[in-house]
Design a protein around this ligand. Structure first.
Ligand SMILES: [Zn+2]
Length: 153
């Protein structure tokens, strides 16, 4: 029996990777767009109440959002330091620039945390296609098992 190539999540759901990333950035479920992804500011639900996607798709999923949060924080902090230095040269105000840099390094990870949760789930969905039964079948447009349009009528 020939092995079929995996059907990408974007094809399965009929949602582009860009849209899944955008939904993740605005703290929504990347798969269905549901906004109720967190039980508190810093606590992501186990699964989406709308489409039943388990947000922690594999053991160790949290390493990804921690890494994403770290990369974003370092990038923004570096940009604050770089742009602040370029705009104020040659008399760089060291103390105000240091305060701005430390503030971005301390505040940004807390502000970005919920988005990092959902964005990492979006990236994971873009990289690893949905497995059969991983999401409510109502949200599947192309069934990878049957290989046909599932919800066309
Ligand atoms: Zn959902």
């Amino acid at each position: 029996m020939p092995v079929r190539p995996p059907v990408q999540t974007s094809t399965q759901l009929g949602v582009s990777n860009t849209k899944m990333l955008w939904r993740g950035l605005i703290r929504r479920c990347p798969a269905c767009g549901c906004s109720d992804t967190h039980s508190s500011y810093a606590t992501m639900r186990d699964e989406c109440p709308e489409c039943s996607l388990k947000f922690e798709r594999i053991f160790g999923h949290s390493i990804g959002y921690i890494g994403l949060n770290t990369v974003v924080t370092f990038s923004v902090t570096f940009m604050v330091l770089l742009v602040g230095s370029i705009l104020t040269r040659p008399d760089i105000p060291v103390v105000p620039l240091a305060i701005a840099t430390v503030l971005s390094a301390v505040v940004l990870p807390a502000l970005f945390l919920p988005s990092a949760h959902t964005m990492w789930t979006a990236i994971d969905l873009a990289i690893r296609p949905l497995a059969p039964g991983e999401i409510d079948p109502r949200f599947i447009k192309v069934d990878p098992v049957a290989g046909e349009w599932a919800n066309e009528s």
